[in-house]
Design a protein around this ligand. Structure first.
Ligand code: SAM
Length: 259
């Protein structure tokens, strides 16, 4: 048997705790007719129990050795193992209304989430394990230290919920930090729609890049000073607030210049 050494570059911290595995499976509320996309199945600790509950699993694994091993073990089952990079895989080839599940490779959590949210009309819900601190930023609300452009981006397209904390010892090798299991219920339509979503996120990023400035000053890279003052006055937003005090709805109003 070939020795297998986990690759840091692929974020390979494998789940080894059966109680955590069972908790994850229960939280995913799987149904007989579910179609599941699993991101990074690794050695299959989640893949096997998921497959026993649902209609079909598409498991996308970048590691050549792990993908081959899992494919040979699951031959003839309801699991399709694909050897591919999730960031390059054409989601358009997948069936619609799938559930997405993954203990994510932490180094590429953001591009994975961005991609799933971009293709949100194909999915209903995204269950994922991420670093605890990162998960806290996703669910953060205005006025808190963790509230960031990431919170706004995810909350625009989804309703995030932190389900439970996972200690480093649940994985091998153990990561240096705590993790958490989360659920993103994908919104088919945002609560407050921006006319130009690209512009909305440019505006949000630009404001949060200057968190210490007042909103009046941090908007200066987007609108002229006069325009900023008129807009804040018209929308009744206090110009002395800081970027982390504004709600997502406020940002949408600022981007739309109305509301
Ligand atoms: N699901 C397994 C578990 O819970 O033990 C493995 C989780 S491990 C944190 C992340 C997995 O994602 C690894 O198997 C890794 O090889 C895989 N992976 C890393 N980058 C990937 C990518 N770009 N596309 C697909 N899989 C990837």
């Amino acid at each position: 048997m070939t020795a297998f050494f986990p690759k840091k570059s692929l974020g390979q911290n494998f789940l080894v705790n059966p109680r955590t595995r069972d908790r994850i499976i229960r939280a995913c509320d799987l149904k007989k007719d579910d179609l599941v996309l699993e991101i990074g199945p690794g050695k299959g600790i989640l893949t096997y129990p998921i497959s026993s509950w649902v209609q079909r699993v598409y498991a996308i694994e970048k590691d050549d050795f792990l993908a081959r091993q899992l494919r040979s073990q699951l031959e003839g089952s309801n699991v399709t193992v694909v050897h591919a990079d999730i960031l390059r895989y054409p989601f358009i080839e997948l069936p619609r209304r799938m559930k997405v599940i993954g203990n994510l490779p932490y180094n590429i959590a953001t591009p994975i989430i961005e991609k799933v949210l971009t293709y949100r009309h194909q999915f209903s819900v995204f269950y994922m394990t991420v670093q605890l601190e990162y998960g806290n930023r996703i669910v953060a609300t205005p006025g808190t230290r963790e509230y960031s452009s990431l919170s706004c981006f995810v909350q625009y397209y989804a309703q995030p919920q932190r389900l439970f904390k996972i200690a480093p010892g649940a994985f091998s090798p153990a990561p240096k930090v705590d993790s958490c299991f989360m659920c993103l219920k994908l919104r088919q339509e945002p609560l407050w729609k921006a006319y130009d979503e690209g512009f909305l996120f440019k505006l949000i990023r630009s404001c949060f890049n200057q968190r210490r400035k007042t909103i009046r000053n941090s908007l200066a890279t987007i609108y002229s000073t006069g325009e900023t003052e008129r807009l804040l006055c018209r929308l009744e937003i206090d110009p002395w607030l800081r970027p982390q005090d504004l709600s997502l709805k406020d940002y949408v109003r600022l981007a739309n210049k109305e509301g």
